[in-house]
Design a binder for this molecule. Structure first.
Ligand SMILES: *Cc1c(COP(=O)(O)O)cnc(C)c1O
Length: 374
């Protein structure tokens, strides 16, 4: 077996950049270069001073521009990544009862966090089979609808639409979808994400786009006197964000790399450019899989197929894990499927930083490997 996994893929077939991980994801080399140049006056300086605050300010403004946020919307950020944001949301966003669309590992985790919070009512959790997504159902006692733009574990994305007739707020986990999938800010109140997916930076930070209704919700809960740990208190996070700061020390390199990616998107035409890159990659990947005799898209309904995280099943007799390991030995990395999904599958990230030509090259590499392994 070690013989077979040491198969060498010809250089001319290999992608220029072999990073296809779903998070941390490919960081553009140009961004790293820019950080190296700017770093001497930025890294290792106070996050309460103008140099860093300017960068945070540019990031907040860049996101306002990228998502074309309407008047009254705000950009908030804090430490801890999206997982931390779920806990913050159980304290500072959900008033009494939430409804969760649960269709994979990530969306189920927020549902669990809400169900364990002693100060909340039991949430309503609407599940669907892996590879599909459920729809929200309007309820009079639900004050927060928890949606997920892209379920990174299964490669299913859903269109973000405000449940018709609901008065609750719409909180969207857009960790892997933000910056790569189309979204209308009128359809959400809180759209939160982290930098290590479409924003081609490192993890550890969360960001949230807030509508005036979400800002009001945070204030209402604060005024109610609910005990909230300071680190998870979104009213404190918002206060700091308005000053272009975080409550405690952030990773400065992460912020800089993310800003570089946001400005790269903006300079090239904004969200439509970024979405277009992922659309082009998705067309190449799924088109190849549909033509293939041994591979097929895991997600049946083409409309639900994620354009940022592609999940590709392989027929019996073709071992996807072996393909991933051969690819890895040729520096094409992180195509392994989400562990807990337990399928004979590859998972391929197609974030905007990934060149569609590299996705196409990857499909040729897979063909090459399969021909020689079977
Ligand atoms: C990656 C991911 C998360 C977890 O993000 P962290 O920053 O690691 O906490 C949550 N939700 C989705 C949809 C993700 O893709």
């Amino acid at each position: 077996m070690s013989d077979r996994t040491s198969l060498t893929i010809p250089k001319e077939l290999l992608p220029h950049d072999g990073r296809f991980g779903s998070g941390p994801s490919k960081v553009r080399p140009e961004a790293v270069q820019s950080l190296a140049e700017f770093g001497t006056t930025y890294l290792g300086t106070s996050h309460r001073q103008a140099t860093v605050k300017d960068i945070v300010g540019r990031l907040r403004q860049g996101l306002m521009n990228l998502f074309e946020l309407p008047e009254g919307y705000e950009v908030m950020l804090g430490n801890g990544g999206s997982t931390c944001f779920w806990d913050a949301a159980t304290f500072s966003l959900i008033e009494r009862k939430s409804q969760h669309l649960s269709f994979g590992e990530f969306s189920s985790k927020f549902a669990t966090a809400a169900s364990l919070a002693p100060h909340l009512q039991a949430p309503e959790v609407i599940e669907s089979e892996a590879g599909t997504h459920p729809e929200a159902v309007v309820r009079s006692d639900v004050d927060t609808y928890a949606l997920t733009h892209n379920e990174t574990s299964t490669g299913v994305s859903m269109e973000i639409v405000r449940p018709v007739g609901s008065s609750g707020i719409v909180a969207v986990d857009a960790t892997s979808g933000a910056g790569a999938l189309r979204v209308d800010p009128a359809e959400f109140d809180c759209y939160y994400f982290a930098p290590q997916k479409s924003f081609a930076s490192d993890g550890g930070l969360w960001l949230a786009l807030l509508s005036p209704q979400a800002v009001e919700r945070i204030a209402t809960i604060k005024a109610s006197g609910r005990w909230v740990p300071a680190f998870l208190d979104l009213s404190i996070a918002l206060e700091n964000s308005r000053l272009n700061q975080t409550y405690n020390t952030p990773a400065l390199a992460t912020i800089y790399l993310m800003l570089n990616q946001v400005e790269w998107m903006l300079q090239n035409g904004g969200l439509s450019f970024a979405v277009g890159r992922s659309d082009a990659s998705a067309e190449l990947l799924y088109g190849w899989a549909e033509r293939s005799t041994f591979a097929r898209p895991f997600v049946q309904n083409p409309r639900d197929r994620s354009h940022v995280v592609g999940t590709i099943d392989f027929v019996d007799g073709i071992d996807a894990a072996r393909i991933a390991s051969v690819l890895r030995s040729n520096q094409v990395v992180d195509t392994e499927p989400y562990r807990k999904l337990g399928r004979n599958q590859l998972r391929i990230a197609m974030f905007p930083a990934v060149d569609p030509a590299d996705v196409e090259a990857l499909t040729h590499c897979i063909d090459y490997v399969v021909e020689r392994l079977s």
